[in-house]
Design a protein around this ligand. Sequence first.
Ligand code: CP
Ligand code: NVA
Length: 307
Amino acid sequence: MSKSPKHFLDINELPLSELKSMLDASSAMKAKQKAHQPVRPLEGKTLAMIFERPSTRTRVSFDVAMRQLGGEPIMLTGAEMQLGRGETIADTARVLSRYVDAIMIRILNHDALLELAANATVPVINGLTRRSHPCQVMADLMTYQEHRGPIEGRTVAWTGDDNNVLASWAHAAERFKFQLNVATPPELAPKKVMRDFIKATGAPIMIGTDPEAAVKGADCVVTDTWVSMGDKEGEHRHNVLKPYQVNAKLMSLAKPDALFMHCLPAHRGEEVTDEVIDGPQSVVFDEAENRLHAQKGILAWCFDAVK
Ligand code: CP
Ligand code: NVA
């Protein structure tokens, strides 16, 4: 019987030991890349990348990661495929599985991702859905570790709305056992799926509405755009989120050596001020760089090529 494919769909679905081995592989491949020693475990492999929504980092970093590992990426957009004319996601999964060795997809509908994975006979990677963004948080964990060592037992503060990046941080808090303090406006608070997750797992996550309380004493402060892909823009949304902006005053409540993280793209002057994002505590471009390296670990894991 053929083995089931190793999908990378969400951080909380994988054992901590496998997540750590992906991060270790990412760091090892990063060191080799920096030393100009190519590592090419994916020679002859092809990755289909389907984008239903725009992307700069995810698109370019997966593309470059595949090439540097010896494989080939194929860039596809939903609109250019028959998917855009009503072919089912299940049939798309069955067909692509006959051509390529893995599929990475960015699609807002999380159930569509799950359907793709259920019908694919090759690994499927979540490149962002409305519900989660696990590849981003793997890069963020790698970045934290590089700057400050293990994240276990540390405190991460999230200020902003409830979104896909926060969900993956919550999954990571449960697996890696760090405290996650969340502050959102009451009307943009974590939904039932997150509250149920916390209840079911006992994850060390505190949900509140006060950004100062969340950030106080934190080792890392994280925020994200106030308007995620698929959200409705609006003055009201901006007004309720204004008190959640990461500025120098809010940042000063965290530990003096706290890191500032943001997955990018940033909306400067909205969720974060220039002073913070360009300041000495910000590691946003290290996070962006680590998308490349973290994805190599994820790809190698999917292909069973983690040494
Ligand atoms: N952080 C992130 O996923 O960026 P892109 O939307 O540019 O891929
Ligand atoms: N929360 C953002 C992340 C972008 C990388 C969005 O979904 O648009």
